[in-house]
Design a binder for this molecule. Structure first.
Ligand SMILES: Nc1ncnc2c1ncn2[C@@H]1O[C@H](COP(=O)(O)OP(=O)(O)OP(=O)(O)O)[C@@H](O)[C@H]1O
Ligand SMILES: [Mg+2]
Length: 380
């Protein structure tokens, strides 16, 4: 059993970070599909709502692709706020993958005009790569050359594979026409492939399915759903071994957590914590109490989040917490006494944009199952 720094036993459930090794299970088919598609020279877009395990899956696929000799570059668009910040962060992400930084700096300065590579040494004496800008405003040509540098990095017969996380944030570079530029790169480059993904599924989906957008039909599409129930039950039972968890109660736990990997681990972690040191069998009451405890711990945040919503959004949230199907039908509006269709459409769009609700196969749901419980408890 793993021990924590404080000498106590570590909670076997982990959430809120990328998981790997024994904390990561299944997704075998998904991993293999990503590996085959990218090493076969195609681009991909991966859809999944928040907290379903996209980033963890990508890390797993990257590890397998690197074993095959490909170079994998992971890049998160979330912190990007300007052309300069993209250039700095992307250059660094590429440099981090180099064994020989001075060779990389040479290639960099030969291929890219207007950007000067700098190698400095950090406190630990390790070399660090950064760029200096030669002019006030960076032009499109420099960014274009930077994107093309991936073509020179991989060994013969291998590819450079770029994983763009939180790709919906690319709109922040609208002024640069970055979407169109990158799209043309994906068509022309022969040794680089891309996988696009992000937590705002509806925005990513619009980028790849809207005829007016640069990335329309630009990549193979793949979506990931919940983790398979049987494997999840086994995983829960294995990690809660001291406190027997019956199959039907494992199913109940999964359902309470909205079948979302992140929340399953959160609830299971709470149950483990609650039962530590005793050998009690896990009951439905224990699961309910632990779920209620999580809601209680987050109640200040949930209260503030709920209060911040307009009247129509509150009504819609309450309705979706009961039933997320056909939410724009007249019958639904009558059943939940909702305002007019246009107001409901607008409320749904804004709630999606804020990540408070999600949509999967035409069904809407409250993204955080514990927030859903909070909403339900308020309307009792
Ligand atoms: N394959 C898996 N096995 C076990 N737990 C998983 C798995 N994938 C995800 N999780 C759980 O879900 C949590 C979130 O995973 P991850 O950050 O990869 O999801 P994400 O979809 O990228 O989230 P976000 O939408 O916030 O970017 C992890 O910390 C872990 O608790
Ligand atoms: Mg993520």
């Amino acid at each position: 059993m793993q021990k924590s720094i404080m000498g106590g036993i570590m909670n076997p459930f982990v959430y809120g970070t990328v998981v790997s090794g024994k904390h990561f299970f299944d997704r075998k088919e998904e991993t293999s599909r990503i590996v085959k598609t990218l090493s076969g020279g195609n681009n991909m877009v991966l859809y999944a709502p928040r907290r379903f395990g996209k980033t963890s899956l990508i890390y797993k696929a990257m590890a397998e692709l690197e074993k095959k000799g490909h170079i994998c570059v992971y890049f998160d668009f979330m912190p990007v706020y300007s052309a300069d910040s993209f250039v700095r962060a992307y250059s660094k992400a590429l440099a981090d993958k180099q064994n020989n930084l001075s060779n990389f700096a040479k290639t960099f300065s030969t291929l890219i005009k207007g950007l000067r590579p700098v190698i400095s040494f950090n406190k630990e004496g390790l070399p660090e790569f950064s760029v200096n800008f030669e002019s006030k405003n960076i032009d499109e040509t420099a960014i274009s050359s930077l994107l093309d540098i991936t073509e020179t990095l991989s060994a013969k017969g291998k590819r450079t594979l770029v994983f763009f996380d939180e790709f919906q944030e690319v709109v922040k570079l609208k002024g640069l026409k970055f979407e169109a530029l990158l799209r043309s790169k994906t068509q022309r480059q022969s040794k680089t492939n891309y996988l696009f993904f992000g937590s705002k599924t509806h925005l990513i989906s619009d980028m790849f399915n809207n005829k007016k957008r640069a990335f329309y039909n630009a990549a193979m599409q793949m979506s990931i759903g919940a983790l398979p129930e049987n494997e999840t039950i086994e995983y829960l039972q294995r990690n809660l071994a001291k406190n027997k968890l019956a199959d039907n109660l494992a199913k109940y736990l999964i359902e309470k957590a909205g079948a979302i990997p992140h929340y399953i681990q959160m609830l299971a972690g709470e149950i483990w914590q609650c039962c530590i040191g005793n050998k009690s069998v896990i009951t439905k009451n224990i699961i309910d109490d632990c779920a209620a405890k999580i809601v209680e711990l987050k109640s200040d945040y949930y209260m503030e989040l709920f209060d911040r919503q307009s009247q129509s959004k509150k009504q819609l949230l309450w309705a979706i917490s009961k039933n997320g199907k056909n939410i724009f039908s007249i019958a639904y509006q009558n059943e939940f006494r909702l305002p007019g269709a246009a107001t409901v459409q607008r409320a749904a769009k804004e709630l999606l944009l804020d990540g408070i609700i999600e949509k999967l196969k035409e069904e809407y749901f409250v993204a955080d199952p514990f927030f859903k419980m909070f909403i339900e408890s308020k309307s009792k």
